[in-house]
Write a protein that binds this ligand. Structure first.
Ligand code: MLT
Length: 407
């Protein structure tokens, strides 16, 4: 019989979101009439921006002509999209990121997992707690951890708590780590990192020769002008950070699939004593394992940077952030302690009466028919918290709030 990758057996239960779906399915099977409102997974609900749709339609028509047809595209992404990203997301914000340093992909979830392919197994890794579970689970799958303890913490990973006591700020560790995952605006807590905080991380990484994996998938939701959208807004970050970005949440591409990863050419790692540049390794990895994102989708993503595209995306982002505000205001006035939801589309709620996260999940599901995400699914420090996503229609968000407030 074939041997399986036994590291998968170390994974705790199911991946969070499939586990939630399983519970909803069971609940729905026994409560056929229940009108469920889903504020669980951060999946967008509003239609794709017109500018992106028009661009994709044109691209489909081009593909139907002899001259316009395209087969395999460049594995790194089409140059025109990489240029649009470089100019609009970086250069115009004072960040020196060249088009060649941008690798277009089909998702940040995949990229933040695949990056482990080019990083050695002996690296000491730190994640925040709570954390986007993909960073942890992919390290487990890749055999970079030991077993989990009863709290779900894996041997071999270090956890940096972000909680109400430290203002949801990831404190700089005394210890040296090779690899640190940071996500700001944060999923799940909705917290943001100030320029000073990110500068301290960059300083730490440069001093300790560490690599920061910076997930900026929610940067479009930042309202406060003083909060950095990219780690490259911090001087020196080109030498110590990789950044992941996505069109999923801002342009509604969760189902369309397009994202990108920035690997500055100045980033170095080592193999034994030899210095190796990470860009070349990632380029080699992508060229071998990836055939690029479809031409049609990349044209759609490019249109996100047109004048119309930008305006439409701004409206989408504002729409979801108004939802976030409605969630925060309603729950706060109902006596809940609510964090986040100001510069991020997630509200991070302290569960009432010290209920466990999963108990509160079941309670809301049964009594209000509202689905959220249990904080403990994001790590041990998420226990006693609950995440509500602002990605839904206004009607559903208002209805959900009415039901919860009444409880
Ligand atoms: C979430 O709900 O945390 C997100 O949808 C996860 C993701 O973007 O993969």
């Amino acid at each position: 019989m074939v041997q399986v990758n036994a590291d998968y057996l170390k994974l705790k239960a199911g991946y969070l979101f499939p586990e939630i779906s399983r519970r909803i399915k069971d609940f729905s099977a026994n409560n056929l009439a229940a009108d469920l409102i889903r504020l669980g997974i951060g999946d967008v609900t509003e239609p794709l921006p017109m500018a992106c749709r028009e661009a994709m339609k044109l691209a489909i028509d081009e593909m139907g002509t002899e001259q316009g047809f395209r087969g395999y595209g460049p594995e790194q992404g089409y140059q025109w999209l990489r240029e649009a990203i470089s100019e609009n997301d970086y250069v115009s914000h004072g960040c020196e990121i060249a088009p060649e340093e941008i690798f277009v992909s089909d998702g940040s979830k995949c990229d933040s997992s695949n990056i482990l392919d080019i990083l050695g197994k002996e690296n000491k890794i730190a994640v925040t707690d709570p954390v986007y579970p993909v960073y942890v689970d992919t390290n487990v799958m890749a055999g970079r951890t030991g077993e989990a303890n009863s709290k779900g913490e894996y041997k071999g990973l270090s956890y940096i708590p972000i909680n109400s006591e430290n203002g949801f700020e990831a404190q700089i560790p005394k210890e040296r780590f090779d690899l640190i995952y940071l996500c700001f605006p944060n999923n799940p807590t909705g917290a943001v990192a100030t320029k000073e905080q990110l500068a301290s991380w960059v300083e730490y990484a440069k001093e300790k020769n560490s690599l920061i994996l910076f997930d900026a998938a929610y940067e479009a939701f930042i309202k406060d002008d003083s909060i950095p959208h990219s780690i490259y807004e911090i001087k020196g970050a080109r030498d110590c950070a990789i950044e992941f970005r996505s069109f999923s949440k801002n342009a509604g591409f969760t189902g369309t699939r397009c994202a990108f990863t920035v690997i500055p050419k100045s980033l170095k790692g080592k193999a034994g004593k030899q210095e190796i540049d990470l860009w070349s390794l990632w380029n080699r990895r992508q060229s071998t394992k990836f055939n690029g994102v479809s031409y049609i989708v990349q044209r759609g993503a490019e249109a996100a940077y047109s004048k119309e595209g930008k305006a439409q995306i701004k409206r989408l982002v504002n729409f979801y952030m108004d939802n976030a505000q409605i969630i925060k205001a309603n729950l706060t006035s109902a006596g809940f302690e609510v964090f986040g939801a100001i510069n991020a589309p997630y509200a991070w709620i302290k569960t009432p009466k010290n209920m466990s996260s999963w108990d509160f999940f079941d309670f809301l599901l049964e009594k209000a028919n509202v689905v959220g995400t249990p904080g403990s699914g994001f790590g041990a420090a998420g226990e006693g918290y609950f995440r509500l996503s602002a990605f839904n229609s206004r009607e559903n968000v208002e209805k959900a709030m009415e039901r919860i407030v009444k409880l």
